[in-house]
Design a protein around this ligand. Structure first.
Ligand code: CA
Length: 522
């Protein structure tokens, strides 16, 4: 009875719709409990106690969070915000709040957790968090990926949903104009880019087309996959990858050498944007709206959006996804995908006097109702249930603001909270071109497995820290020189590999391998 009267009181004071509260079965505590939280992310530098999502969670669970964020720079350009500096400032202040939620939390808690700053979560989850336990049992690779070198989990991550990230895009209207088919192989792709260069598909009488461009220049390097090379093993550029249980670096492989040789050739031929290394993030916007760019490799949703936004500006504009062209050995590979787990999420500080209630609270966000709240906001305010599924209100879908920005503003889709995203949330506002492209990639099954990272022990960390930064710098410096034609990858290769080994590449691969085998059972 007490719970019921508490609930009706909350109903009156918060004005929440009754269905969101259901029958009180999500209540964690009999007496209201307040926990302090550090929450820091570039999109929301501190925790907002008036977020509608916080108020609904408070009503459902009996637990409320109180902002105690240290180190958030909310006054100027938020330059500290969302970075490890805020976590370091928090640690230096000597007061770790009950809950710590942040971007880039993983390495931090995996370093300071084993030293005692954060509470290990494994036993708490086993005993008190049935939804988290079920999730990790069904996805053991995620449990392995977030574990520290001592085998414990110290944070609950933000888990993105949906598989697809980037895709190959090309001007279908330019192909039509030049009487060409969608390229199916690396050779056909090259032929199409040559035709874009020479055939004046934008029809202005000038040879001004830029056949291939990229907002982020490493997307151009990613084209080495067309020659059976690799550019990264994860959604982070230049990352290691796993080849049949062996940790390798993509920039030390034969396919990479062949790919770079050919990309240097494409660059010299004018098939790749001459300014690819410098043009920067606005290049997609500029080259598409000026009717100059022919092909790229970029995100499904945002790139497809140009079909709508440029429909009135560029006559016949059709920039759509096409399947990855077959490589020289016939492999069609899409190297980029959404990573299933982010280094963002939340953890329990060592002075927290309510670890059981806190893990139950973390578990709440993995219940059906909690997950819906984290993804869609509050029922009746931001979404309604239609045939058993949440559907955003017209007000949310038709606002001037992107849906994801609106959701951050109400405390939903917070990546500094450990939660499991529901791709349905994004599908409801993806345009039809993006959904068509995703269907095409789904049909072809082009995605490959990702490397989910390792947690080093102290000795491994030392080896990695000693050599990796300078090795990586050297790799990138040579890479750029080869593309720009100030070096010859074939002639330089043996020296390049010898230098990498001298700099300690094999030692770094050795500690990656030992950490990997410990973490994933080799
Ligand atoms: Ca032209």
């Amino acid at each position: 009875m007490r719970k019921l009267s508490l609930l009706s009181g909350l109903l009156l004071t918060t004005g929440l719709a009754a269905p969101a509260l259901s029958d009180g079965h999500l209540q964690i505590v009999d007496e209201p409990l307040t926990l302090t939280i550090q929450m820091n992310h570039k999109r929301y530098p501190t925790y907002q106690e008036d977020w509608p999502v916080e108020q609904a969670a408070r009503a459902m669970t009996g637990i409320s969070l109180q902002d105690a964020t240290v180190g958030a720079n909310i006054t100027s350009d938020q330059e500290n915000t969302g970075k490890t500096e805020a976590l370091n400032l928090m640690l230096a202040s000597g007061a770790i709040p009950d809950i710590v939620g942040s971007s880039r939390l993983k390495d931090f808690v995996n370093q300071f957790g084993p030293e005692g700053a954060f509470i290990p979560l494994n036993d708490l989850i086993d005993e008190h968090a049935p939804n988290l336990k079920a999730f990790f049992e069904s996805r053991p690779e995620i449990a392995n990926a977030i574990s520290a070198a001592d085998g414990n989990m110290y944070y609950i991550p933000y888990l993105p949903d949906g598989k697809y990230g980037r895709a190959f895009f090309i001007r279908y209207d330019w192909l039509d104009k030049l009487g060409l088919e969608v390229p199916q192989t690396v050779q056909e792709y090259e032929d199409v880019l040559v035709a874009f260069r020479d055939g004046d598909p934008n029809g202005n009488g000038l040879k001004d087309e830029i056949p291939y461009f990229a907002r982020q220049w490493p997307e151009m390097i990613r084209l080495v996959t067309l020659w059976d090379g690799r550019s990264s093993g994860s959604d982070t550029y230049h990352d290691f990858y796993v080849d049949d249980g062996q940790l390798k670096h993509p920039y030390a492989g034969e396919g990479y050498r062949e790919g770079i040789k050919n990309l240097a050739r494409w660059y010299e031929m004018g098939l790749i944007d001459a300014e690819v290394f410098t043009r920067g993030s606005s290049s997609r916007d500029y080259l598409l709206s000026e009717n100059l760019g022919g092909a790229t490799h970029d995100w499904f949703a945002s790139t497809s959006g140009y079909n709508t936004s440029l429909a009135d500006k560029v006559d016949g504009f059709a920039f759509k996804a096409f399947a990855p062209p077959a490589s020289i050995s016939g492999v069609r590979m899409e190297e980029h995908r959404r990573i299933p787990i982010k280094p963002d999420g939340w953890a329990i500080g060592h002075t927290n006097e309510h670890p059981v209630e806190t893990i139950k609270y973390f578990d709440f966000w993995f219940t059906e109702e909690g997950r819906r709240l984290a993804n869609f906001g509050v029922e009746g305010e931001h979404y309604t249930m239609v045939d058993g599924a949440p559907v955003f209100t017209d007000e949310v879908l038709n606002s001037d603001q992107p849906v994801n920005n609106q959701l951050y503003g109400i405390g939903a889709q917070l990546q500094a909270r450990g939660y499991f995203q529901d791709y349905e949330y994004e599908k409801q506002w993806s345009n039809k071109f993006a959904l068509e492209g995703i269907a095409l990639y789904d049909e072809g099954d082009y995605l490959i497995d990702q490397f989910l990272g390792v947690a080093f022990n102290t000795d491994e960390q030392k080896v990695y820290d000693k050599s990796w930064g300078s090795i990586r710098d050297y790799m990138l410096e040579r890479q750029q020189a080869w593309i720009l034609g100030t070096g010859d990858v074939e002639a330089d290769w043996d020296d390049y590999m010898a230098t990498l080994n001298q700099m300690g590449l094999q030692d770094v691969l050795g500690v990656m391998q030992s950490a990997y085998e410990r973490q994933y059972g080799g």
